[in-house]
Design a protein around this ligand. Structure first.
Ligand SMILES: [Zn+2]
Ligand SMILES: [Zn+2]
Length: 287
C-alpha cells in the first residue's frame, strides 16, 4: 500500500547545518514526493557536539526530536527530519568501532513520529595522542584524510573551544595546526581525532543515507487496523525452542509490532525465518 498521498507535495524541513540534506533529501524526494528545504542559520551545535565542547542534552532519539521540533518552530512547516549519530564499540564485536545513525521524521499534521536507523561497522572513528607532525600524517593516512576531516585538540578532556581545531581537510592546514598545537602543549603531546561531522565524513554520510532508507521502509509499514504509517517493532520476545530438546532458548521467537495511533498490536512469529534454535544456544543442551 502506498502512503505517499499523505506526504506528496509537502515541504520537509531538514534540521541540519552539516549538509546532511545531501544524504537525506534525494531519497525523501524520490520516495515520498516531498520538497526538502534546509533552514538558514540553523545552529544544531546547541544540541551537542562530537568534540565534547557542548554536551548533548538527552539521548540520541530525544535529541533528534528536539532538533526537528526546533526546525518546525522556526519555519512554521509541518514535517521535519533530524538525525543524530553516535560512535561506540559494536554491541556484538567490542573491539570494532560502530556508528549508529538515527533519522527522526515528525509530521505534526498527521501526528506521526517515525524513526529510521542504521548500525554499521563502516566508520573511520578513531583518535590518538601524537608527538610529531609525522605521527599526525600517518594517523591521517589511516583514516582516509583528506576526504575525511580531522580535529586537533591540546587536551581531549578540555571543553575550551580555543584549544580545539575542527574541520582540518588539507595537508598544509594539518601540518600548520599540529605544529602550532605542539608548540603550545605543556606535555609535548596533542590529541588528534577523526572529524565525525557529516560534511567532513563521507563514510558517515553513507550511513545517514542507509538510516534514511530504513526510515522509508518504516513509513511504508502500515497498521493493518487503521492504515497509519510507521507500524513498527516495539518488543522482541525470546524463547525460540531448542531444535534438540524443545525447551525455550534465549533466541528471538517473535516480534511485536504496534501502531502509534490506534495501539493495535500484532505478533509476528519466527522473524529470523527459523522455527527452532541451534542447540548451541540452549542452556540445557549446551550449558
Ligand atoms: Zn493503527
Ligand atoms: Zn536443548
Amino acid at each position: 500500500m502506498s502512503t505517499n498521498f499523505l506526504f506528496t507535495g509537502r515541504v520537509v524541513v531538514i534540521a541540519t547545518m552539516h549538509e546532511k540534506e545531501k544524504a537525506i533529501a534525494p531519497i525523501l524526494e524520490a520516495e515520498l514526493g516531498v520538497q526538502c528545504v534546509v533552514p538558514n542559520d540553523f545552529n544544531t551545535d546547541i544540541f551537542g557536539t562530537f568534540t565534547r565542547d557542548i554536551a548533548r542534552p538527552a539521548d540520541q532519539i530525544t535529541t533528534a526530536k528536539l532538533k526537528a521540533k526546533k526546525a518546525l518552530e522556526i519555519t512554521g512547516e509541518t514535517i521535519a527530519i533530524a538525525s543524530e549519530g553516535s560512535f561506540a564499540p559494536h554491541p556484538d564485536l567490542p573491539f570494532i568501532s560502530s556508528n549508529q545513525e538515527i533519522v527522526v521524521f515528525i509530521d505534526t499534521l498527521n501526528q506521526l513520529e517515525i524513526v529510521g536507523q542504521e548500525i554499521s561497522t563502516e566508520t573511520n572513528f578513531n583518535s590518538q595522542s601524537i608527538r610529531t607532525v609525522e605521527e599526525a600524517d600517518s594517523f591521517a593516512r589511516e583514516i582516509g584524510f583528506p576526504s575525511h576531516g580531522l580535529v586537533v585538540m591540546l587536551n581531549p578532556n578540555s571543553s575550551d573551544r580555543e584549544e580545539i581545531f575542527k574541520g582540518i581537510n588539507t595537508a598544509e592546514k594539518l601540518r600548520e595546526i599540529v605544529t602550532f598545537a605542539l608548540s603550545k602543549s605543556l606535555t609535548g603531546k596533542v590529541h588528534i581525532e577523526t572529524d565525525m561531522r557529516a560534511l567532513y565524513n563521507p563514510t558517515r554520510m553513507q550511513n545517514i543515507a542507509k538510516a534514511t532508507r530504513n526510515l522509508i521502509q518504516k513509513i511504508s509499514q502500515i497498521c493493518p487496523n487503521c492504515a497509519c504509517p510507521g507500524f513498527d517493532a516495539i518488543a522482541y520476545r525470546r524463547g525460540l525452542p531448542c531444535g534438540l530438546c524443545n525447551l525455550p532458548t534465549s533466541a528471538i521467537r517473535s516480534v511485536v509490532y504496534q501502531c502509534q495511533r490506534c495501539s493495535f498490536q500484532q505478533e509476528n512469529l519466527f522473524p529470523q525465518g527459523v522455527k527452532v534454535a541451534d542447540p548451541s544456544q540452549c542452556m540445557y543442551c549446551n550449558p
